[in-house]
Design a protein around this ligand. Structure first.
Ligand code: FAD
Length: 377
């Protein structure tokens, strides 16, 4: 029997599900709001963990191709205090188990692994109607509609599918990341490039931090983390780029110049990312014909896990469906039985990591955490 499996959202989670279904010979359609694969830059590096994201890539039969995307040296980590003193400098010796790749290249790998036409671009979901028998009718911004036997919400933080299963809404956690970029850093911003080193830089004091990453082409990608109310976020967002950068830099007054230059020398308008999260133990009762994965299911503070978890969810859901060809409800039940405890544990861990990075003991708390993590590998 042919069933209509619809995945809403072509992020890493939705695409991973589509790929694993394809590996098992199961067709599906992915409905994506963006107009094309290149509609939005997919900036940033992701560390893909041996015990989660990489297992999903193996299930998708894409691990070998993934290895070819790894940015050598990207797992190096440095922790600095606000004076620029280096408290920890861990080179990338290849033993970290969390190699770095560009998000855009990973997404491209998944997209290219799907049959042509699987992803329906420019299909922004605007409403969903539950038909009461496990089927749902999806309506799109351009006017089309489709009826599903299985609906998967892989549509990220502000999921339109989530309300079908849960009343939970993401809440602002009080921390905002401000994103800036410097290009050609070794030539044009040598002090900042040296401070960042070959991989990740964490420079913190209680309540604030500058987190930066070296990308393969000499780009330094920075998140300045601040604990601020949403009213502050709105004011800075409304300001001109140079005023906004100055407002953010003011929060780091007195910090080492190589660190603050990651903000003040920013070459693009700063992007404010107020961090929202769902309740850590978010779960729902089994509703026929619909489930969630990735951020739609378990949006949490960034701690290097979200993309990895989204891919694990996608791979496990694909395998659960393939293992129970005649019984979607049993497949969803099996998937969710593993999803809920995994997400709750990761969400609790992400809160802990944020406290380690921005709490009263920062930056020494992070030095201790990274030392212990290294000792455990
Ligand atoms: C500042 C920051 C830094 C982060 N850094 C890391 C990191 O280093 N490592 C890591 O593992 N994770 C990181 N994360 C988390 C990670 O980005 C997410 O957890 C991950 O992208 C979730 O994947 P997803 O597939 O669930 O959702 P998304 O990647 O959000 O994909 C959802 C897709 O659904 C589409 N969509 C949304 N609404 C609709 C609609 N109505 N109709 C159709 N399509 C729709 C969107 O266009 C999008 O393509 C970070 C997050 C933030 C905010």
């Amino acid at each position: 029997m042919t069933r209509m499996i619809a995945i809403v959202g072509a992020g890493l989670g939705g695409l991973m599900l589509a790929r694993v279904l394809h590996v098992h010979g199961i067709a599906c359609a992915v409905y994506e709001a963006e107009a094309s694969p290149t509609a939005r830059t997919q900036g940033g590096m992701l560390d893909i963990h041996e015990d989660s994201g990489q297992l999903a890539l193996k299930a998708a039969k894409l691990h070998e191709a993934f290895v070819r995307l790894i940015h050598p040296g990207g797992q190096a980590s440095r922790v600095l205090d606000k004076t620029g003193a280096v408290l920890l400098d861990q080179p990338d010796d290849g033993s970290g188990g969390r190699p770095e790749v560009r998000r855009g290249e990973l997404r491209r790998l998944l997209l290219d692994s799907l049959p042509v036409g699987t992803v329906r671009w420019d299909h922004k979901l605007t409403s969903v109607e539950a038909l009461g028998d496990g089927r749902h009718t999806l309506s799109f911004a351009h006017g089309g509609s489709v009826t599903t036997d299985l609906l998967v919400g892989a549509d990220g933080a502000w999921s339109r599918i989530r309300p079908l299963v849960s009343a939970a809404v993401p809440a602002y956690i009080g921390t905002t990341f401000v994103e800036t970029y410097l290009s050609d850093a070794d030539a044009r911003h040598p002090a900042s490039a040296t401070a960042v080193g070959g991989g990740a830089l964490f420079a913190m004091a209680p309540g604030k931090g500058i987190f930066a990453h070296r990308e393969p082409d000499g780009v330094l990608h920075t998140y300045a983390a601040l604990q601020k109310p949403m009213a502050w976020v709105a004011e800075v967002e409304a300001a001109d780029a140079s005023v906004a950068l100055a407002r953010v830099a003011l929060e780091f007054d007195g910090w080492d110049r190589a660190l603050t230059a990651l903000i003040t020398d920013g070459e693009t308008a700063p992007v404010l990312r107020p961090i929202h999260a769902l309740p850590a133990a978010h779960r729902w009762d089994r509703i026929p014909g619909v489930t969630l994965l990735g951020d739609a299911a378990h949006l949490m503070a960034p701690a290097g896990d979200g993309a990895n978890l989204a891919m694990v969810d996608g791979a496990e859901l694909g395998e659960a469906i393939a293992a129970r060809p005649g019984d979607l409800q049993a497949a969803l039940q099996a998937y969710e039985a593993k999803l809920f405890p995994r997400s709750a544990e990761a969400a609790a861990g992400s809160t802990e990591v944020l406290a380690i990075c921005l709490g009263d003991a920062a930056p020494h708390s992070l030095v201790q955490f990274l030392d212990q993590a290294k000792g455990a590998t």
